[in-house]
Ligand binder design. Sequence first.
Ligand code: SF4
Length: 254
Amino acid sequence: MAEPARRIDRIDTAPRFTAADVARLNARFEGVATQEVIRTVLEEGLLGRVAVVSSFGAESAVLLDLVAAVDPSTPVIFLDTGKMFPETLDYRDTLVARLGLTGIRVVSPEAAAIAAKDGTGLRWSYDPDGCCEIRKVLPLAAAMKDFDASITGRKGFQASTRSGIARFELDGDRIKFNPLADWTKADLDRWFEARGLPRHPLEAQGYLSIGCAPCTSVVKPGEDPRAGRWRGWDKVECGIHGEPIVRPGEEPVF
Ligand code: SF4
């Protein structure tokens, strides 16, 4: 059985978590309902200092609703890359108010990094990996210094690289907690319906996977639901989940 995370201090150089901790957590919660897992993890402090990482995209409301039901003050990290759709920023504010989230942390890229590496604001158009690095990966890494674990909305159905993902994964020496790992699209739709959660306003316009505005396009009939991300590039990951940024043939998840 997993034990509450050790307190981390300046002279403690041991890893926060190990593969054995992850294995124990997955074993302990095998077959346990999602809501019960979230409640237990948060109330027992099993993951130490934990933050939700949310894009406030098309499916984000479900995870945020589940977490808010246990503790609406749970920190929620939102990466504002400077390239977000205004509709996403509005949707974020709507969900924060609707769910009573009090721990929102808006994380932005370093102004100096933008000035040095993306002065024109057009890096996405010729080097999307480099753009994601300075606008997403590095800011999130800095924000996670305050935390021992992240809660993500990753689902197994999103991509072949997500198929069969575990609820708990090792992320360096942190833990990545994926409460919705085994949820299907139908499960998510049912939750939206049952809870009366608002949909992202762009979903109705055909944006089925919503990220930064320059790198998200409408999905045409017959296309993969995630075909609108980084259209025209062999890029499917932004890199914040530790996977290679470019993985041809896979679909984006953030
Ligand atoms: S998704 Fe596009 S605009 Fe956003 S950080 Fe990545 S490359 Fe830049």
